[in-house]
Write a protein that binds this ligand. Structure first.
Ligand code: ASP
Length: 587
């Protein structure tokens, strides 16, 4: 409930707060004209402010001058209206509106501003609006209820986080925006330094290094609602700048970080109305997530788990299986359940598997007599079919889908396929949400050029034998909700020797490491406590809680998918003088 506004010449109440309890009393409200209806000598106005909608009525007998102004009102005009709150007649009550039992009978009005006709309707929640148009006129779009709801929720989430962390002795500390490159695996945005021609600041991809320096500096529990900048090719849920809750703690191990964050996120879920089981949240190893769900951010809500059936097919005469299994590959499968799936849809599903690198998709329907209807049925022995049916817990009518490939490709293809099936067939049970920690990630993976890169980032602490990079796990953890990675972090390296060795493994020699991260390495040599932390994507959390697909719907002024801002026209050219001052143009 909002506090009543301080009474002033514009208002003494919020539109959305006036209910039957306020009937028979005078009130003054301000806002925008949402709708205007002329009704046999009466004018009805729906007045909108941030809190909601209130119906105003203008009677000609309350003053000819007042009525004349009311007749001039159009959509989005800004007015302040004084009047009496009265109960509506029974038949005029609007049960869909919190203020639907009353209306304000106007006795006076100030017309504060006129408005051009908006390019799209603002109060019809059911229509789909063109997003570019919305972004171009974001000021108007922000007046729409879905945007107000999203930004109010966003505020509630951020305030909840602040309250929860301050109660746990965290300090909110800011770190620089103009800084040096932080390697989070994306391209940097660069800012030319006028005072040092030819030199550039990088915008932070995250506050990672600064928060580690804060730990070494003794600020044992830090957090920040931090803006991060990554110059990546954008996708639906990406923005060139986005907001993280960034936090770090000293003298901790994994369980300490996870514990604090579970308490905090549990509050966030509560505030966002997300019905999830209470912590502790389940933990699943990266290896298990990849095997069962084909993804390091699994969505387990709709089953369709992936089963490795390689062992049942080792002796198979089917050439594809034999050759894949003979060269260290795997055969994995999903039981897609009983469903009429026409040939055309099977072809579409095969295309999905192929898009993720698989050579093809094997399908088969289990028949009443325990055999399979499948293009490859004739190549499988009775024993193999029986073993497959048992492994996949299949019954007559079930559709089985299999991929034979390298373990990585089979995981990627079947992981994508199960999401596609869930989308097509609407398999997520209504209202179900799953929260999961993914742990025990590999420390390194090979990039396309065959060299090692850190799966998380190179400041993550490894466990295992440093001389065998491929065998190392990292002390990282990700929080995944309904298949969305909401956050990720790790226990960090606090030993300068280990840090140096990790740089070496990813192909950075001592000189390069010193030149790029000398400040970190030096700090590590002056007594670094064991420390670790995490960062959460605020935009994603709010989008999930608000039930929006796109994070653009929970950001006040987002960029389009191609990184531009139709409102301000950014990015834009700058004038020659600026370029010359920055040393980017000679004359
Ligand atoms: N800096 C990391 C990131 O932005 C999070 C962390 O390790 O705390 O993903």
């Amino acid at each position: 409930m909002r506090r009543a506004p301080r009474a002033n010449p514009y208002r003494d109440a919020w539109c959305g707060d006036l209910t039957a309890a306020a009937a028979s009393a005078p009130a003054r409200v301000s806002g925008w004209v949402a709708r205007r209806r002329d009704h046999g000598g009466l004018i009805f106005i729906d007045l909108r402010d941030r809190s909601g909608i209130l119906q105003l009525v203008f009677h000609p007998e309350n003053g000819a001058e007042l009525f004349a102004v009311a007749e001039r009102l159009r959509g989005e005009y800004v007015i302040s209206v004084a009047g009496d709150v009265v109960l509506r007649e029974e038949r005029n009550v609007n049960p869909d509106l919190p203020t639907g039992e009353i209306e304000l009978q106007a006795t006076g009005m100030q017309l504060l501003a006129e408005s051009l006709t908006p390019p799209f309707p603002l109060d019809d929640e059911d229509i789909t609006l063109d997003e570019t148009l919305r972004l171009r006129h974001r000021t108007l779009d922000l007046r729409r209820k879905p945007m107000v709801d999203a930004l109010v929720l966003r505020n509630d989430v951020v305030q909840t986080i602040r309250t929860a962390l301050v109660a746990e002795d965290f300090l909110e500390i800011e770190t620089p925006i103009l800084t040096r490159s932080t390697p989070e695996g994306a391209r940097d945005f660069l800012v030319p330094a006028r005072m040092a021609p030819g030199s550039f600041y990088a915008l932070p991809q995250s506050p990672q290094l600064f928060k580690q320096l804060l730990m070494i500096g003794g600020y044992e529990r830090y957090f920040q609602i931090a803006r991060c900048f990554r110059d990546e090719d954008l996708r639906a849920d990406r923005q060139p700048e986005f907001t993280q809750l960034d936090l770090e703690m000293s003298f901790v191990a994994e369980d300490d970080v996870i514990d604090v964050n579970e308490r905090m996120m549990c509050e966030v879920f509560r505030v966002g109305g997300l019905d999830v089981p209470p912590p502790p949240y389940e933990r699943m190893s990266y290896a298990e997530a990849m095997l069962r769900f084909g993804s390091d951010r699994p969505d387990p809500r709709f089953g369709l788990e992936i089963i490795d059936v390689s062992d049942h097919l080792r002796a198979s005469e089917f050439k594809v299986f034999a050759s894949v299994l003979g060269s260290d590959g795997v055969v994995r499968a999903i039981n897609a359940g009983t469903r009429e799936v026409p040939r055309k849809e099977l072809d579409e599903l095969t295309e999905v598997a192929k898009r993720f690198g698989a050579g093809g998709l094997v399908w088969g329907f289990v028949l009443q007599d325990g055999t399979l209807r499948s293009p490859i049925a004739k190549f499988l022995s009775e024993g193999e079919i029986a073993a497959l049916i048992a492994a996949l817990d299949a019954s007559p009518g079930d559709l089985l889908l299999a991929v034979a490939d390298t373990a990585d490709t089979a995981a990627a293809a079947l992981g994508a396929l199960r999401l596609e099936l869930s989308r097509r067939w609407g398999l997520v049970p209504e209202g179900r949400h799953d929260v999961l920690w993914i742990v025990d990630f590999p420390m390194f993976e090979r990039n396309d050029a065959g060299s090692w890169t850190a799966l998380h980032h190179p400041f993550t602490a490894p466990t295992g034998d440093l001389s065998d990079p491929g065998s190392l796990l990292s002390r990282a953890y990700d929080l995944v909700v309904d298949g969305w990675e909401l956050g990720g972090g790790s226990i960090r390296i606090h030993d300068p020797g280990v840090q140096q060795r990790v740089f070496e493994i990813i192909g950075m020699d001592e000189a390069e490491a010193e030149s790029r991260f000398g400040f970190l390495l030096e700090a590590l040599r002056f007594g670094a406590p064991p420390h670790g932390g995490i960062a959460f994507g605020i935009d994603r959390i709010v989008a999930l809680l608000a039930g929006h697909e796109s994070i653009r719907d929970v950001i006040a002024f987002p960029k389009t998918a191609s990184g531009s801002d139709p409102l301000t026209g950014a990015p834009a050219e700058v004038d020659d003088t600026q370029l010359r001052e920055l040393g980017l143009r000679r004359r």
